[in-house]
Write a protein that binds this ligand. Structure first.
Ligand code: LLP
Length: 426
């Protein structure tokens, strides 16, 4: 059972609460708030790795990327749009700054990575063939599926025989021959087995990496441990022991390095670890409904804004604050927190199979604010215009500096793509 004190300590501090209510009045709700100091704290925790490469799919706001870049973190991109975001944030193409990671090239992105000389992490042999044909000497990484994976949900498990990701580990000897004859420039090997992964599985990847290297039979300059590092979404979850994890990778690195003549660097590729805890979604309570003996608190953010609970049954700390930023306390009731969408699954408190969960929460009043914690990763980036609801604003707080880094999309902007229809053929 959740205790109200959890919310006070981990979800929202009094100062942040005040900032949230002030911004809610200024910008309207819902909106996202990111705390840059938490992103920097998380970057510091990863200093045991030679290179930190941020998986911007977790949160690609250009202004957040600029902060991340200034703190020495490199970046990956999984689409042409993400390449454009990285460049807009000051990352340089044609350097080790930016790597394109995918299992497939669409025609436009293939052209773009060739023109801009962006190193490519290939998750399929077709990518290798297509790149070799257009761009001899291009820098590549190989994303390997080691035959196992793990994630907080089946949908975030990216390894094993049911995963579409990576090159199957049994094809590595053959792949070594292909790369040698293709004249592509091999940088390193990469494994990302899933998101929010436990130690047991993460640890197994180090051995799988050594085996993959042996099978490939080529010298490499780097290995990437992928992302997947967990954060404590639940108050009873522990922080990942990063130093221990970095140490395990160092052992793997030395084994590989000792078998060849060039040094090997270790990269880590976190998404959520850098940004999840820095982000909050702030919504307003608009209805408090009694249904049988329990309550639905309905807020003005829906799964078009934060889809993780509806998509994976993910848990986010929820608390309510009043307009004066006091935490709402009082008798606990069985409460489900839901959004305004015309869809039964638009509920933030549900489990993995979609069953609605009623939590022990105090009852807020209309006009109070509902705060969703740990929402900085895969929050805004997974938002949509479902039910024709515009994308919501994003704010970064960095000490005393508070910036609106994305304004609210207008309904006019949302409709504008459909405004002038063109006859293509008759
Ligand atoms: N590297 C690769 C190749 C990836 O595919 C991913 C995530 C990452 C790194 C970063 O993973 P992270 O450290 O953030 O776990 N929407 C889901 C997560 C899907 C992640 C997809 N790939 C969620 O909300 O949990």
């Amino acid at each position: 059972m959740l205790d109200v004190s959890d919310f006070i300590t981990s979800a929202v501090s009094p100062n942040k609460g005040l900032l949230m209510t002030t911004l809610a009045i200024k910008l309207g709700t819902p909106f996202w708030l990111y705390d840059a100091s938490i992103v920097r704290r998380q970057i510091k925790r990863l200093q045991g790795f030679d290179i930190i490469r941020y998986a911007q799919k977790a949160n690609g706001n250009i202004n957040l990327l600029k902060i991340i870049r200034r703190n020495g973190v490199k970046i990956d991109a999984v689409s042409n749009g993400e390449i454009a975001r990285a460049l807009a944030a000051g990352y340089r193409a044609g350097s080790n700054d930016l790597v394109f990671v995918s299992d497939v090239f669409d025609q436009t992105t293939l052209k773009q990575v060739v023109e801009l000389c962006i190193p490519v992490n290939c998750g399929s042999t077709d990518m290798i063939d297509q790149l070799a044909m257009l761009s001899p000497g291009h820098q590549i990484w190989l994303r390997i599926n080691p035959g196992f994976g793990h994630g907080h949900s089946k949908k975030t498990n990216t390894g094993g025989p049911l995963s579409k990701h990576g090159i199957w580990h049994e094809q590595l000897s053959e792949l070594g021959r292909k790369i040698k004859s293709s004249k592509l420039n091999l940088v390193g090997l990469h494994m990302h087995i899933g998101s929010d992964v436990d130690y047991k599985h993460l640890g197994k990847v180090c051995n799988a990496m050594i085996e993959a290297y042996m099978k490939l039979g080529m010298q490499i300059r780097a290995v990437s441990a992928g992302g997947g590092l967990s954060i404590p979404y639940h108050s009873d979850c522990k922080n990942v022991a990063i130093d221990y994890y970095a140490q395990q990778w160092n052992v793997a690195r030395l084994k590989i390095q000792d078998s060849q003549t060039i040094p090997v660097q270790i990269e880590i590729e976190p998404g959520r670890f850098l940004v999840a805890e820095a982000g909050y979604l702030i919504a307003e309570v608009r209805a408090v409904k009694k249904v049988a003996e329990r309550y639905f608190v309905i807020v003005d953010a829906g799964f078009n804004d934060l889809v993780r609970p509806a998509m994976y049954g993910s848990y986010h700390h929820i608390c309510f604050i009043d307009p004066a930023a006091n935490l709402v306390i009082g008798a606990l009731h069985q409460v489900a927190v839901a959004g305004p969408l015309c869809e039964a699954g638009d509920v933030f408190t549900q489990n993995k199979d979609g069953t609605i969960e009623f939590k022990n929460l105090p009852l807020p009043k209309i006009g109070d604010f509902c705060i969703f914690a740990d929402a900085g990763a895969y929050g805004s980036t997974m938002s949509s215009n479902y039910n024709s609801r515009p994308l919501i604003p994003e704010v970064i707080v960095d000490g005393s500096d508070i910036r609106l880094v994305r304004r609210r999309q207008t309904i006019k902007e949302m409709l504008s793509l459909e405004n002038d229809d063109h006859l293509l053929e008759n």
